[in-house]
Design a protein around this ligand. Structure first.
Ligand code: ADP
Length: 369
């Protein structure tokens, strides 16, 4: 059951490099599956192949165990919601929702029932006779949602549906879509470039970059175990610190010297070489010290009320981002000692995660010179 992508590849032009390589994924019935990545990485292309709007170059798409590669869009029993609401300007809200159902020659009574139910579900019953221009952006997007709901498809595809809305409305619509999806038991595939949308809405997230799948996992597993540099940097605000580190011995060792003067002791030895240590800003602590001490200098402080973001310059010139709970008073140019308070990630020279360290008491494995 569900949707399965098996080695799906797409090249728009036979003579050109594929824009998507070897995509494999299983999407369960009734889950909200987010495809996230920067602009141009192939998200819409993937969604359009699932919809059947563009052909799959190689590989297979299965819906409920049936190969769908050659099945036309209208027979795939799915609905789509796009960034542009694609509403008919001269039709009322109700007629916009009914349009697709009429095209399918559904009996008028059933159409009426479905339109009423769908408008009720998105709280637009009072607006049924208005034209799209008489609605706010959020209401228009809800009409597009109502249209998808009325179609009664069990699979819904959404391509950046909220990107035209202002920030506050986006937050509200996120919750509304999530609630509707659960209530209707929809299998929802949702494309976005916004990591917060992915984190807050998804059951599972597919991270795409550079035309390849980077990782598929639950939001928290992606945050807690990022497969590589890209994923580690894409999720989490402010961004994770990625610091170059070298082994401190001429043979396999447990000691890593982070260039900023932080030493990490690993649980298991690794071979001699250069690595990258990833430390989330909330796993670093800044302690004010005297002018000739410490290992960094405060460059900027952002007081957000509940947290304080400290930008510091390490003595070797590397910028550090530190997040501290509460309101921390630190003057600019204050000398600080930066220490690690929790978990760190170790990436190899191919930017792949090879180890995670710490998470308990830090003083046992990290010291600052
Ligand atoms: P995203 O949705 O992640 O922004 P797209 O799937 O729209 O990315 O695009 C992925 C890549 O495919 C881009 O390099 C884009 O230029 C290219 N592309 C998209 N549509 C077409 C098309 N119809 N013909 C040729 N190339 C295309």
């Amino acid at each position: 059951m569900g949707i399965e992508l098996q080695s799906v590849t797409k090249a728009y032009d036979k003579n050109e490099q594929p824009v998507l390589h070897d995509v494999n994924a299983e999407i369960q019935d009734g889950e909200l599956f987010v495809i996230v990545g920067p602009s141009g990485c192939g998200k819409s292309t993937l969604l359009r192949m699932i919809a059947g709007i563009i052909p799959i170059t190689s590989g297979r798409l299965l819906i409920n165990n049936q190969v769908m590669n050659a099945v036309p869009p209208k027979d795939r029993q799915l609905s789509m919601v796009f960034q542009s609401y694609a509403l008919y300007p001269f039709l009322t809200v109700a007629d916009n929702v009914a349009f697709g159902l009429r095209a399918r020659k559904m009996p008028a009574e059933e159409i009426e029932q479905r339109v009423n139910d769908a408008l009720n579900m998105v709280n637009l019953t009072a607006f049924r006779d208005r034209k799209p221009r008489e609605l706010s952006g959020g209401q228009r997007q809800r009409v597009a949602l109502a249209r998808a709901i009325a179609s009664d498809s069990k699979i819904c595809l959404m391509d950046e549906p909220l990107s035209n809305l202002d920030a506050q409305l986006r937050v509200r619509m996120r919750a509304e879509i999530r609630e509707l999806q659960r209530k209707l038991g929809l299998t929802l595939i949702y494309v976005t470039h916004d990591q917060t949308e992915a984190m807050t809405m998804a059951d599972h997230v597919m991270v795409l970059n550079d035309h390849h799948v980077q990782q598929i996992d639950t939001p928290l597993d992606i945050y807690n175990h990022p497969a590589n540099h890209f994923v580690a940097q894409f999720f989490g605000t402010p961004q994770i610190n990625l610091l170059t580190a070298t082994t401190m011995s001429s043979k396999a060792t447990r000691e890593l010297q982070v260039a900023e003067g932080v030493q990490v002791t690993l649980e298991r030895p690794i071979t001699v070489g250069t690595y990258t240590v990833g430390i989330r800003p909330n796993q670093l602590v800044a302690t004010p010290v005297a002018a000739n001490e410490g290992n960094a200098t405060v460059v900027n402080v952002e007081a957000l009320g509940e947290t304080t973001i400290i930008e510091a310059m390490a003595d070797n010139g590397k910028a550090l981002r530190i997040v501290q709970a509460g309101q921390v008073q630190l003057p600019l140019n204050q000398r600080i000692a930066v220490t690690v308070s929790g978990k760190v990630f170790i990436f190899d020279e191919h930017e792949q995660l090879i180890a995670e360290e710490g998470g308990a008491t830090s003083d046992q494995f990290v010291s600052v010179h």
